[in-house]
Design a protein around this ligand. Structure first.
Ligand SMILES: N[C@@H](Cc1ccccc1)C(=O)O
Length: 505
């Protein structure tokens, strides 16, 4: 079938070099039992145009189509004609109610008003009576004219605008438009289409037919398929950037490759009371299997227990009975401070004794929180600590400000806060220029003697420390509004080389 249309199209243009035809006229001139639609003709013409046999230019025509209601009126007559006939047929006239009974409520509603407007009927008292012998149902005539137009899709101008407006208002007709094409000979016109091969094949070479085969021209203008290469996750890139900055500032990276910790290292060494709300299963993911595995140095353990139960180093402790069972419970670490405490313990007990040190880590932590635009139940923490003699709060603020300045965040605020393991403690806020608000980006403080003394650190050693989220400052720096756009495998930002998140070097 398609070859037959193709032949006919080329035939139409065979008469003379400037012969042309319109796709719509052509399609409607074909016998209907051919089953060829206007779309078929357009499709085939486009295929021929692709090979240069024909050229096409489009034109648009507006026309009117009768709505279902319009078709009914065209068949049965307008509401006003129905009303007139009913009234005319009753020599004594009809009341409104009687008219409604005869023609129906809907027809009476529209028809009665139009009859009055046309002066077809008059009203005296309750009675409606005909004032003419006969009428012409103009609406029906107009609709028939539109419908009976030799080609309904060419009826756009067959009625005066005023009449069309009224029919449209009564929702009897609806405007439609049709695009057709004028087809003329193209640069490659021939009376018969020669099939061209897309590719040279082994068979053509074997048989020698490649010499006579016609090939399709290459389209050098077409857009090639997108090359999908691998790319680094934006958070990994930012982590690399943060790591570089901290190394430049003289920090050494702590080993954080273990996500499972004991409650002892995550909480108890940090002087967090065993009844602390953060240890509640609502905030912490406890591990059922294996429930308890991580061993701790015995003498240190005993000093931690004593600090909780009785205090020391000027503290009165929590004065409760420390539960060994609670300390041994395994969990997904809720903060990387669990690693800091182990590093500090090692630092205090290393061969040759304590040496000043700066440590950092960037890794995952887990909290059993409900998720929203700025909270996830796992995130990355940028942890840092400086252990040295006689440090002050000023050192802490200065270190944090220096770090943030290096990543380009200068709008910072510090707010007094409470942590069981630091005194004083400060929350850190950064200004998000898109969310237009100060968002919390971390927490910090100076580790308490209750934490440091049991480890065996000299008592004039101070430790300043902080824990930041990696995601929040990344959101501020790269102007990302929803944390879920940043976390996980389906991250779209950073896919293209131009995204700002890829440019830090
Ligand atoms: N561990 C704290 C951060 C912090 C680290 C070190 C000192 C003070 C605070 C948190 O998770 O929010």
């Amino acid at each position: 079938m398609s070859e037959a249309i193709e032949g006919q199209i080329l035939n139409q243009l065979a008469l003379s070099p400037d012969s042309s035809f319109n796709t719509y006229e052509f399609a409607t001139s074909l016998p209907s039992d051919y089953g060829v639609t206007h779309e078929n003709v357009i499709g085939m013409s486009k295929s021929l145009a692709g090979d240069g046999y024909v050229t096409m230019s489009s034109s648009k025509v507006d026309y009117w189509e009768l709505t279902d209601e319009g078709k009914r009126v065209q068949r049965e007559g307008s509401q006003e004609a129905k009303c007139f006939k009913a009234i005319k047929a009753s020599p004594e006239g009809l009341t409104k109610k009687e008219l409604e009974d005869k023609v129906g409520k809907d027809a009476a509603k529209v028809g009665m008003g139009n009859c009055m407007k046309n002066k077809w009927i008059t009203k005296s008292g309750e009675k409606l009576s005909a004032s003419l012998q006969d009428i012409t149902d103009l609406v029906q005539v107009q609709l028939s004219k539109l419908a009976a137009f030799p080609n309904p899709e060419d009826n756009g101008t067959c009625l005066p605008g005023k009449e069309v407006t009224l029919l449209k208002k009564r929702k009897l007709i609806a405007g439609k438009s049709r695009t057709s094409y004028n087809v003329t000979r193209g640069p490659e016109y021939a009376e018969e289409r020669v099939k061209k091969a897309a590719d040279l094949t082994k068979e053509m070479i074997d048989a020698g037919t490649w010499e006579t085969t016609k090939f399709k021209a290459y389209n050098f203008k077409t857009v090639g398929e997108k090359v999908n290469g691998g790319y680094l996750h934006p958070l990994l890139k930012v982590r690399a950037e943060f790591r570089k900055i901290l190394c430049q500032m003289g920090f050494e990276e702590m080993p954080t490759n273990k996500w499972v910790e004991s409650s002892f290292w995550n909480f108890d060494t940090l002087f967090q009371p065993q009844s602390h709300p953060a240890r509640d299963a609502h905030d912490t993911f406890f591990i059922k299997d294996p429930a308890q595995t991580i061993s701790v140095p015995k003498d240190y353990y005993e000093r931690v227990v004593k600090m909780h139960e009785e205090g020391g180093s000027g503290s009165i402790g929590y004065r409760y009975n420390f539960k060994a069972g609670d300390a041994r419970k395994n969990l997904l670490r809720t903060h990387t401070t669990a690693v800091s405490s182990q590093m500090l313990y090692k630092l205090a007990n290393q061969e040759g004794g304590f040496q000043p040190k700066k440590y950092f880590s960037i890794d995952r932590v887990f909290r059993n929180e409900s998720m929203d635009a700025t909270h996830l139940c796992e995130f990355h923490q940028v942890e840092g600590l400086v252990a040295d003699y006689n440090l002050s709060l000023g050192d802490l603020i200065g270190t944090i400000e220096t770090f943030f300045k290096k990543i380009g965040i200068t709008q910072l605020r510090f707010k007094p806060a409470f942590n069981p393991y630091t005194e004083p403690s400060m929350e850190i806020f950064g200004y998000h220029p898109d969310l237009k608000k100060w968002t919390e980006i971390g927490n910090s403080g100076m580790f308490r003697p209750e934490m440091l003394a049991p480890m065996g650190l000299p008592n004039n050693v101070r430790v300043i420390a902080w824990g930041l989220s990696l995601e929040r400052p990344t959101m501020i720096k790269y102007r990302i509004k929803n944390i879920r756009d940043l976390f996980g495998h389906k991250v779209e930002i950073g896919r293209t080389k131009t995204a700002p998140v890829c440019r830090f070097d």
